[in-house]
Design a protein around this ligand. Structure first.
Ligand SMILES: NC(=O)c1ccc[n+]([C@@H]2O[C@H](COP(=O)([O-])OP(=O)(O)OC[C@H]3O[C@@H](n4cnc5c(N)ncnc54)[C@H](OP(=O)(O)O)[C@@H]3O)[C@@H](O)[C@H]2O)c1
Length: 251
């Protein structure tokens, strides 16, 4: 399926539910074509259907091109196959949002967890993030028109309560995401070459991961990522940082 339209394209992981779904819906309503990625085929198709319906409801007609790609992002070989398939079937995206992720098990303290749990969380939360950025973002950087936004977490901050113990694989995977974002921004000219890369902490939000009692709605949790995808970028603005509520936070 090729994307021939002149609408900008956003590729979004985790698009089947939670924060990734909210971002996908909002960008569609803003005029983007979107490519959604998740593991569960049925959830992904249901999400695409809901987004089409929302587009039709808001815009009177749904003209957006919504494509879906299933992949288990825990499997590095499958992630590389996914990247090949995205490149073959889609135009270069202007936005790449990585909103997939898993929480580590409750008792996953450094001295209690095990290789399997460490590897599962690192593979999904950090390794696949590297692979997707490494595979998809070079064309965005070459086009001098790219925004990469990665969902991190305040639990991955090196300051404040960030790395204050417990949930070791999760916290450390997100600290890795923050470091990757900063490093890549420096490698690509800190925005001067039209390529921005940022991390966002959505704060505790009501999703399957955040649970029903979280203080924020999924819409609120997704708002900063949506803003990063479309914000104007002027001289003096920053990239390569962690954002929370559209403000830079130390990590
Ligand atoms: N919610 C919060 O309070 C909160 C707070 C801080 C940070 N975050 C971060 O925000 C991001 C989104 O969180 P969320 O609350 O929206 O999570 P969620 O509701 O649990 O959704 C997780 C998403 O990740 C996808 N995913 C998980 N494992 C995958 C795999 N192996 N392969 C492919 N896709 C996979 C899921 O796809 P399937 O539907 O196919 O399983 C789903 O779309 C995550 O990175 C999370 O760490 C969330």
């Amino acid at each position: 399926m090729s994307s021939q339209s002149i609408r900008p394209l956003a590729i979004i992981t985790g698009g089947s539910r939670g924060l990734g779904f909210e971002v996908s819906k909002a960008l569609t309503l803003q005029g983007f074509d979107i490519a959604l990625i998740a593991k569960d085929d049925q959830r992904l198709e249901a999400a695409a259907k809901l987004i089409r319906e929302a587009d039709r409801y808001h815009n009177g007609v749904s003209t957006s091109h919504i494509s879906t790609f299933t992949c288990d992002l825990e499997q590095p070989d499958l992630v590389r196959k996914l990247i090949d398939s995205l490149k073959q079937s889609l135009a270069t995206p202007s936005v790449l949002i990585l909103a997939h992720g898993v929480m580590s098990e409750k008792m996953s303290k450094t001295l209690k967890t095990n290789d399997a749990e460490w590897r599962r969380v690192m593979a999904i939360n950090l390794d696949s993030v590297f692979q997707l950025v490494n595979g998809i973002a070079p064309a965005m950087a070459d086009a001098r028109n790219g925004r990469v936004i990665i969902f991190s977490a305040c639990l991955g901050r090196m300051s404040g309560p960030g790395n204050a113990g417990g949930l070791a694989p999760y916290r450390i995977s997100k600290a890795g995401v923050n470091a990757l974002v900063r490093n890549l921004a420096h490698e690509t000219g800190l925005g001067a070459r039209g390529f921005l890369v940022d991390a966002t902490c959505p704060n505790h939000s009501r999703t399957d991961m955040g649970g029903p009692d979280a203080p924020r709605s999924a819409e609120e949790g997704a708002a900063t990522a949506i803003w990063l995808a479309i914000r104007p970028f002027n001289a003096g603005d920053v990239t390569g940082v962690l954002w929370e509520d559209k403000q830079v936070v130390e990590w």
